[in-house]
Write a protein that binds this ligand. Structure first.
Ligand code: ADP
Ligand code: MG
Length: 485
């Protein structure tokens, strides 16, 4: 069957993303002011942040380390000879009248980030990652007549990560930003909280006819502050550009904004190609020369990355793609999984325990993995007990797990004290099975006439009257045998 060409199938979307991530340093990029989110307005602003005459900025070593960490994790080349440049422009929330950025020497060059899409894995090429400082905040919705300025954020260290124009759908952009958020959190270089503005994204979008090599005129959507909005904004914009082209209009280079009230974008300004920011090297900051030793030191401290762990777990533990992806979502959970695999070899069961009962426990008690540290060996022992049929899974997960976490203790002792051990005693089993058979003569009849599905009901009854102590495998076998004649 041939498909009718829809307007959108004639075109290819081309997307390049610029992601700003606030680095998780205690102090600002070029001075000691705190970077705490949510502090009272204009309380974290020394004369250096405000750019008063005579003040001298000083580079924050931790911020540089974090930028290098991110670059190494993405396979970038690290630029050893850096300098900072002033990007001059006027804006009320830019107290100095310029932003310190890196113009021609981004600290990280090239590199890739792998994403998973419905069409498989794809490597997204990075253009660069550079260091810069954030501006303050203009708040327009507190007063009907004035704009409020909070300069606390001014001077907060940022990395700006810029991709090549190599993404081709809203889905890919969604996957990419999700991956970046996961990566910065994993590395501990940024908290990744988009709702607090720690991670922000600008999306550059153009369209071209399928097969065309030349890039089309792009529009840039500024300051997307949630991954869902990034996807919606790009979807809307691709359709809008196609419509313009299809109706004979001309696409102009524009800066646009996303309106989350109706999922559309609107123009903020037409953008000239060459912005005249009059960049020049900041005369107050010495060039930053990085040594190979320091870069190597940072490289040695890099944790194993989620993608590496996933491959390792598929290969050595034979876990499914789904499991390894879930288990490498959060660093603390991954670490806990690794610790459990050192205590028990039932890898698949460990994965199931973490993704099932352990996650539920943490959710319900609003706790973190830190709370589980003391209980780690006991949880491993609990998993072993289920694997060796000493406990049944539902008793272990519903009745014992919580007890041995809240008060770290041996699951064996707990189970003995509370009479929860699974029974392997034939006499005891026989007693429960006989009781159930005697209690349900009608069902037994139906079963014998061929309604074999009733076995589940009998096994459930045995489980109930034994208070979970009957091993379901054993009781099934015994029931089947007794009901067969
Ligand atoms: P600027 O200096 O205006 O920010 P850059 O050349 O640094 O422009 O590019 C910014 C982002 O825009 C990059 O992610 C780049 O991949 C992307 N980009 C550039 N041209 C296009 C285009 N025609 N279509 C889509 N994305 C583009
Ligand atoms: Mg830009």
């Amino acid at each position: 069957m041939t498909q009718t060409a829809t307007p959108s199938s004639k075109y290819e979307a081309v997307i390049g993303l610029e992601i700003h991530a606030q680095l998780a340093t205690k102090s600002k990029m070029f001075c000691g002011d705190a970077t705490d989110f949510g502090a009272a307005p204009n309380t974290q602003i020394s004369p250096i942040t405000l750019g008063h005459p005579g003040t001298l900025p000083k580079t924050n070593e931790k911020a540089v380390e974090y930028a290098i960490t991110m670059g190494l994790a993405c396979g970038c080349t690290i630029e050893k000879n850096n300098y900072f440049a002033r990007k001059n422009y006027f804006y009320p929330d830019l107290p100095k009248g310029y932003q310190i950025s890196q113009h021609t020497t981004p600290i990280c060059v090239g590199g890739t980030v792998s994403i998973k899409t419905s069409k498989g894995e794809k490597k997204i090429q990075l253009n660069r990652i550079h260091l810069e400082e954030d501006a303050g905040k203009s708040i327009h919705d507190l007063s009907a007549t004035s704009t409020m300025i909070d300069l606390n954020r001014a001077g907060t260290p940022l990395i700006e990560l810029v991709t090549e124009p190599c993404l081709h759908s809203a889905e890919e952009a969604f996957a990419f930003v999700t991956e970046i958020r996961k990566l910065v959190r994993w590395l501990g270089v940024c908290d990744g909280n988009m709702e607090e503005g720690s991670l922000r994204c600008d999306a550059n979008i153009s369209i071209r006819l399928q097969g065309e090599k030349k890039l089309g005129t792009r529009v840039e959507i500024k300051n997307l502050n949630s991954i869902r909005n990034i996807k919606k904004a790009i979807e809307y914009e691709i359709e809008r550009l196609i419509q313009i082209n299809e109706t004979g209009g001309i696409i102009i280079q524009q800066t646009r904004s996303f309106d989350s009230n109706n999922d559309t974008t609107f123009s903020i300004r037409d953008k000239e190609d060459a912005n005249d920011y009059r960049y020049f090297p900041d005369p107050d900051l010495a060039p930053l020369h990085l040594t190979d030793e320091w870069i190597d030191e940072i490289r040695k401290k890099l944790p194993s990355l989620p993608n590496e762990l996933q491959k390792q777990w598929v290969n050595s533990f034979h876990l499914s793609e789904y499991d390894v992806e879930q288990l490498s979502e959060h660093k603390e959970e991954a670490a806990f999984f690794i610790q459990l695999t050192q205590l028990s070899k039932h890898y698949k069961s460990i994965a199931n325990w973490i993704l099932g009962p352990i996650r539920s426990y943490l959710n319900e008690s609003n706790a973190t993995y830190e709370k589980l540290t003391l209980a780690l060996p006991y949880i491993a022992a609990l998993i072993e007990m289920v694997e060796t049929n000493q406990l049944n899974f539902s008793v272990a997960s519903n009745k014992i797990l919580k007890e041995i976490i809240d008060q770290p203790q041996s699951p064996l002792m707990y189970a003995e004290q509370h009479n929860l051990l699974q029974s392997n005693s034939v006499d005891e089993m026989e007693h429960w099975v006989n009781q159930v058979i005697a209690k349900h003569p009608d069902k037994v009849n139906e079963y014998k006439k061929g309604k074999k599905g009733l076995i589940g009901l009998f096994v459930g009854e045995v489980k109930r009257i034994s208070q979970g102590k009957a091993d379901p495998k054993l009781s099934t076998q015994m029931l089947e045998k007794k009901l067969a004649n």
